[in-house]
Design a protein around this ligand. Sequence first.
Ligand SMILES: Cc1cc2nc3c(=O)[nH]c(=O)nc-3n(C[C@H](O)[C@H](O)[C@H](O)COP(=O)(O)OP(=O)(O)OC[C@H]3O[C@@H](n4cnc5c(N)ncnc54)[C@H](O)[C@@H]3O)c2cc1C
Length: 381
Amino acid sequence: MDFGWSQTQRQLFDDILRFARTNLNGDVVARDRNHEFGRKQWERCAEMGLLGLPLPKEFGGLELDHLSVALGLEALGQGCEDTGLVFSIASHLFAAAVPIWKHGSARIKSTILPRMSSGACIGANAVTEAGAGSDPSGMKCRAEKVAQGYVLNGEKSFVTNGPVAGAVVVFAMTNPAFGHLGMSAFVVEAGTKGLTIGSPFEKIGLRTSPTSSIYFEDCLVPEDHLLGEEGQGATILKESMFWERTCEFATWVGSMQRQLDRTVEYARTRKQGRKSIGTHQAVAHELVDMSIRLEAARLLLYRACWLLDQQQPAEKEVCMAKIAISEASIRSSLAAIQIHGANGVVTEYEMERFLRDAVPSTITSGTSEVQRNIISSYLGL
Ligand SMILES: Cc1cc2nc3c(=O)[nH]c(=O)nc-3n(C[C@H](O)[C@H](O)[C@H](O)COP(=O)(O)OP(=O)(O)OC[C@H]3O[C@@H](n4cnc5c(N)ncnc54)[C@H](O)[C@@H]3O)c2cc1C
């Protein structure tokens, strides 16, 4: 068993951490308050190569494997205080760029992917509908085959990056009678006639990551915008979920590290009477538990990524990593607030934002309950 990183991986982590601390943090409190997407910061991330981490070099990417992508995004999550921006980057990469790279036609790949890596085209993904979340096989969105391609009709909800997207990977039924086997995936480019974008939602957290509904009304997409083949939607979705549930959640591992570092520092320097609060066993033990939760989640993440890179079965481990990271993030955010006392609920201390940004993590990319259902099937239940 090898727990070491290569020199190249260490360099990647250090470079991204330094870049994020220096370039992305200016006015995060204000942007969070205003639900403002950091377009300037997005462009800086593109220049750093972050918007194409796993993509092949021919499309402007860095061609990294799961483990290295996770390490890079952990560094981004640790250094960047704008968790919404980091979440938008992860959605762009894993829910849009990866399925296009893996299943797009040669023309689509060569026209869209270089623009995604360069930041010019922001990716989004539309599976969820108002009436179909955890079980997408109940979706109503239809794609009908016509002579010139496919005509899409229906509505999608909770599309991360919807309001700023240049290309959306959309899942729709081509054959509803077949349930999830009748689902297909398409790339729909912004500006296509019949595609309308709704207003951004106001959310508890991840506020700088814009989310909206999108609507299709007789929206014609050319035949070569179909990803893979008709009926392959569920397989394409599952594959991109493996990337999302690991590498996207690496960003929360990074932000938990920053949270722990700041909370330890606070406990060492905050005094009540003559003693720093960290000398109280109750406070010290809470910090120890935060660090154990973080380390356990991190190891599950690395193991899941390693299995994916070895092309070994990894579904159970991927779900375990997703649960461990997201639930640790919420619990540790509550603990960090408690240790900060009243300062923990004040905006400028970042602790309240850690919690608000953690809450959606047990819902997005499949809820904790759905992950537990999948794991339970591996236990023979
Ligand atoms: C910040 C954020 C960003 C998102 N971005 C995107 C995006 O870019 N694209 C996209 O398509 N979607 C996106 N989503 C939507 C997300 O994928 C869904 O919210 C999620 O799949 C759950 O669906 P739902 O909200 O409809 O909840 P429901 O499916 O209605 O579930 C409600 C509750 O019932 C539980 N439940 C449901 N079914 C079961 C079951 N079989 N067993 C046990 N419990 C169950 C759930 O766990 C949950 O607690 C995003 C969500 C969030 C919060």
